[in-house]
Design a protein around this ligand. Structure first.
Ligand code: UDP
Length: 455
């Protein structure tokens, strides 16, 4: 099928949520739309903003957020979303008004604003777009199964489900196979009432005219079909967006340490376990020690991302004998070029917190996973990885060195790991078909370009 370009050069305004796992797919989307002829404006908070030098073709407009400093942690996320939505509305309205006035003054200007695309947590953008009679589109940066579960929570509660008491139950949730009650995202999110209020907002499309997904039909056909029955707006599934985008996204805080690629070059194929818990999850001192001892005891090469703040508490440190025990077998970095790492032939497994981006990136490169999920959608993703797709080993809630060492050997050395690798490579191949000409993500992008051009 023909590669559709924007009919005439039109501008799309994107509003990302200022966390790494949300920014990456939004910038990927920006790159994808730019490659199809759209001009791009990124409206961003002053807190945690992307580096304009990474994408000099885009226009960047800061808005006031009233945030000077913020401790980013799971228990603080709902409050961060609510603070941003309260504080940014006026500033966004002013910025859009200015853009529209400039547009009117320069009638010949052909890149007029076609629509606002906002991260599902930045719902103030929809209110403002609606007030200014501009169309808006939601970008969902997490997966379809997670939204399905979020939407069912109020009904489950009405039927007697106790979010806190049932957060340890192994029972399957009716209608949400293969999820158990304990996989649902209710614990460790701060105030439960505030979390449920946020869920009610994110499950509602309000006046938005479509949803763009960073997922793909071949991974989530069933959840997407169920959701499409519920929402009467078109879905555009463009995932995995990092594979659809031609350029890289942008690091928020820390630079990639590319030395780890040199270190990977020296390792045998499929011999290394890559360990990263994303940009938010933290380990207490005991967990950090268990992880270090698990890696040491596994006897396998490892690449471990210890970003500043990973160890909670100011005195978080590695066991004394760790360096001596592991020597050149281990490489530790503050931040890795994760997509390049996962694509490297030396990497044989990914011990991950199972954030949706990490999950998609690992599957896209055919790397099986060890799952140590923490909050929001991560436990659900871990359950899909282990029980739906059969490409992940789930660790227990309490981190223990023997379990970690055993799981690493199961993935890297044992027959079970080879079988998982075969399954995840089969998924990788399906994903390749989705994103190439004629595939579902490719076709969805053509439809999105048409849709935005017709607004
Ligand atoms: N990431 C990275 N280098 C690292 C750790 C993470 O580039 O050392 C990127 C990773 O590729 C992913 C994002 O940060 O795109 C993390 O998003 P995810 O949804 O996996 O987790 P979150 O950080 O939101 O918990």
């Amino acid at each position: 099928m023909e590669k559709l370009q924007a009919k005439k050069c039109r501008r799309v305004v994107l509003v990302p949520f200022p966390l790494q796992g949300h920014l990456n797919p939004m910038l990927d989307l920006a790159n994808i739309l730019h490659s199809r002829g759209f001009s791009i404006t990124i409206v961003h908070t002053k807190f945690n903003f992307p580096n304009p030098a990474d994408h000099p073709d885009f226009q960047y407009v800061p808005i006031s957020d009233g945030i000077s400093n913020w401790d980013i942690s799971a228990s603080n996320l709902v409050r961060l979303a609510s603070t941003i939505n309260t504080n940014c509305k006026d500033s966004f309205r002013k910025c859009l008004t200015q853009m529209m006035q400039q547009q009117q003054q320069d009638e010949k200007q052909n890149d007029q604003v076609a629509c606002i695309i906002y991260d599902f947590l930045m719902h103030f953008a929809e209110t403002v777009a609606n007030q200014m009679s501009l169309p808006s589109i939601i970008q969902r940066t997490s997966n379809a199964a997670a939204l399905l579960a979020f939407c069912k929570l109020p009904r489950l509660r009405a039927e007697g489900y106790d979010c806190l008491q049932d957060s340890t139950s192994d029972e399957l949730v009716p209608g949400l196979h293969p999820l158990r009650f304990k996989d649902l995202p209710t614990a460790s999110m701060g105030s439960l009432d505030n979390f449920l209020q946020l869920i009610a907002v994110v499950c509602n499309t309000r006046t938005s005219s479509a949803i763009i997904w960073n997922t793909t039909d071949c991974l989530e056909h069933s959840s997407l079909t169920q959701l499409q029955e519920h929402y009467n707006v078109p879905f555009f599934t463009l995932g995995p967006m990092h594979k659809m985008a031609l350029a890289k996204s942008s690091n928020l805080v820390i630079k990639d340490d590319n030395n780890c690629i040199e270190w990977l070059e020296k390792q045998a194929p499929h011999s290394v376990i890559y360990v990263s818990l994303g940009s938010i999850a933290t380990l207490d001192q005991k967990e950090l020690t268990e992880m270090a001892c698990g890696l040491a005891n596994s006897d396998q090469p490892f690449l471990w991302v210890i970003r500043p703040g990973l160890g909670s508490g100011s005195d978080a440190h590695l066991p004394e004998a760790f360096q001596e025990l592991t020597g050149d077998r281990g490489c530790i970095v503050k931040w890795a070029p994760q997509k390049d790492v996962l694509a490297h032939p030396a990497v044989g497994g990914f011990l991950s917190h199972c954030g949706w981006n990490s999950t998609l990136e690992s599957i896209s490169e055919g790397v099986p996973m060890i799952c140590k999920p923490y909050f929001v959608d991560q436990k659900m993703n871990a359950r899909y990885l282990s029980h739906e797709w059969g490409i992940g080993i789930e660790l227990d809630e309490v981190m223990q060195r023997t379990d970690i060492a055993k799981a690493i050997r199961r993935i890297l050395v044992e027959e079970e790991g080879s079988r998982m690798r075969q399954r995840v490579i089969a998924l990788k191949e399906q994903i390749k078909h989705c994103i190439k000409e004629g595939g579902s993500s490719y076709n969805s992008l053509n439809k999105l370009v048409q849709f935005i051009s017709s607004l």
